[in-house]
Design a protein around this ligand. Structure first.
Ligand code: ASP
Length: 588
């Protein structure tokens, strides 16, 4: 090998040793008599020393080393006179007596240091240079450890990893598919899987009662910081289980990862229903690192003559502890905040609980001190607190109050990234009504089983049917979701009909699954985690991009390899594809 040690491993105990290191020149400092070079590899940085007095020729050559040159250096490990306690190798340096340049480097377009001067787009274009930086490398190492530990845990409880195909069939449910033209079957297309959902269910029919796969999935959706067109799932399925069995098994996985990756013992995860999550947090992925639960005041505001409240479907608020001192200016700023179009409230009512026990509110005209005391009791507020109240339609009010709650959580420093509060949200509705297309959509996916007791509602009030569906949420981020599945042909057929499929359409799209259900399909259920996202959460960051080695930008482009790109006339012809513009003219 071109080295005896890495740049991260030499210590004082190696003093006197002859070593050979290889790596990249992070930086060189010419101090006249001495030249110091920081040599970097994946494992760390080691200081190389060249001495003008003892070896002038070598020292001259070292002075000419540019940033990111790749070199191999031989020398002796010595104790440093000027130690650097911030580096694991900071007690030693290598007195070099021979080195070779293995490859030169152009000056990199941004500095390869923890804090870089490179903008997002530049870093993406030269991703191989960005990947040399510690913060990105650490993210990928975290990702690697998470995948190893996931495999260890799942293997230990009898799951087997099975690969499913990437070239599958386009179906109309869910997000938009990425499609791949077939040369051998002209005019026909494969689709890339949005998830291995139907295959993992078929594996259950096949008797592989505990399956998992760390797998790429593809969804042609508009992108945000936490979305990528291709992303990775930890995809799992189990047979002969109830919802509780799935939750317990995967709470086990999460606890294992918390323990080995974060060094944390976490308590049993609370399980709260979707309805309660919406009622108390206005979100199906509540951040429960802090309280500030919603309190509904509808019963306490009747007969006040305050029209905004009287006309509202919902009057609800939060109690911001210790914020009773907020100034006029701060309250105005909060009001502006909730009125922003992204938040969407019409206004904000506040009640200050003064230290002397009296109240000062923006609705003093309509509510006397006794009335406000009743509110304070409902909020469990103390003198010095500030109650913030919104009113309007149920959904809009909850949505806005959720944003306000998170904002207050941030302001009060209650969202510490080093604190982790996972939970399960359970009992999701089976269906979601869409006004625009005037039909129901599956809230999770069409293979999700309704709760047995709610099945009769499928005929009478489908919107009320609850599903055996669940999400795992950590700190306000949904990191995984799944459900108990339908395993009965008739119920699956019924579900498709509720979703507006004709029998022929259902048979055409999903006949393979419904047919399989006729050959001894066991009860089954599962879950899939967004692996990139889970890693980002454990890395304490919101964006998943730096947890993926080669991500795409917001326009879905890989700016490094410049993709997507055009293909040649010849390739198109072979595929039987003719490009037309929006008007239907043949592309030139
Ligand atoms: N296939 C589902 C998804 O990708 C997860 C599951 O139900 O297991 O969201």
């Amino acid at each position: 090998m071109l080295r005896t040690h890495t740049c991260g491993e030499l210590r004082l105990s190696d003093q006197g040793r002859k070593v050979t290191l290889s790596g990249w020149v992070q930086r060189s400092r010419d101090l006249g008599g001495m030249t110091f070079v920081d040599l970097r590899d994946r494992y760390g940085i080691t200081q190389l020393v060249f001495n003008m007095e003892t070896n002038a020729e070598l020292c001259e050559r070292a002075r000419k080393l540019g940033r990111e040159f790749v070199i191999q250096a031989e020398g002796t490990v010595e104790e440093r006179s000027n130690k650097n306690p911030n580096m694991p190798t900071g007690d030693v340096e290598i007195i070099v007596d021979r080195f070779v340049i293995l490859n030169e480097s152009k000056l990199p377009p941004f500095t390869i240091e923890d804090e870089t001067d490179g903008g997002e787009e530049l870093r993406m274009k030269y991703r191989y240079l960005d990947l040399r930086r510690n913060p990105v490398r650490k993210n990928l190492e975290l990702r690697h450890r998470m995948s190893i530990e996931t495999r260890k845990y799942l293997d230990s409880v009898n799951f087997i990893e099975i690969e499913t195909p990437y070239l599958i069939k386009s179906t109309p449910e869910g997000a938009r598919d990425f499609v791949v033209p077939s040369r051998m079957n002209q005019g026909q297309f494969y689709a890339l899987p949005q998830s291995p959902q139907t295959f993992k269910q078929l594996l259950m029919v096949a008797g592989y009662d505990r399956y998992y796969q760390i797998v790429k999935c593809f969804r042609d959706e508009d992108l945000r910081a936490d979305r990528q067109p291709e992303f990775t799932q930890i995809d799992c399925e189990m047979a002969f289980v109830t919802q509780d069995d799935v939750l317990n098994t995967f709470e086990g996985l999460a606890k294992h990862l918390f323990k080995v990756i974060k060094g944390l013992e976490v308590e049993d995860f609370p399980r709260i229903s979707y309805d309660d999550a919406m009622k108390y947090y206005g979100s199906d992925k509540p951040d429960i690192r802090f309280g500030m639960k919603f309190v509904e005041l509808n019963d306490l505001i009747k007969g006040s003559g305050f029209k905004v409240f009287e006309d509202a479907e919902l009057v609800a608020g939060i109690n911001a502890e210790g914020c009773g001192e907020y100034s006029r200016k701060q309250l105005d700023a909060l009001t502006d905040f909730v009125k922003k179009p992204q938040v969407g409230a019409k206004g904000l009512v506040y009640v200050k609980y003064n230290p002397d026990g009296s109240f000062k509110s923006s609705v003093d005209k309509f509510f006397d001190q006794d009335a406000l005391k009743k509110w304070a009791d409902a909020f469990n507020a103390k003198p010095g607190d500030l109650m913030l109240i919104l009113a309007g339609d149920i959904i809009a009010t909850r949505t806005a109050l959720n944003v306000l709650r998170i904002e207050m959580g941030n302001r009060l420093g209650l969202r510490d990234p080093n604190v982790y509060k996972p939970l399960w949200v359970v009992d999701f509705p089976l269906l979601e009504w869409d006004e625009e297309t005037r039909r129901f959509y599956a809230m999770h996916h069409p293979f999700t089983s309704p709760k047995t007791e709610d099945i009769p509602l499928l005929d009478t009030d489908p919107g009320k049917v609850r599903a055996n569906a669940y999400d795992m949420v950590i700190n306000g981020v949904e990191i995984g979701g799944g459900s108990i599945r339908i395993h009965n042909r008739e119920l699956q057929k019924k579900m498709f009909s509720v979703l507006g499929f004709s029998d022929e359409e259902a048979q055409d799209q999903f006949g393979f699954l419904m047919n399989a259900f006729e050959y001894g399909a066991p009860p089954h259920g599962g879950i899939a985690y967004g692996f990139d996202r889970w890693t980002a959460v454990f890395g304490g960051q919101e964006s998943i991009r730096d947890f993926i080695a080669f991500p795409k930008n917001n326009a879905g482009r890989d700016v490094m390899i410049d993709s997507p790109s055009r293909i040649s006339e010849e390739q198109l012809k072979e595929l039987g594809i003719r490009l037309v513009d929006k008007r239907g003219n043949k592309d030139q």
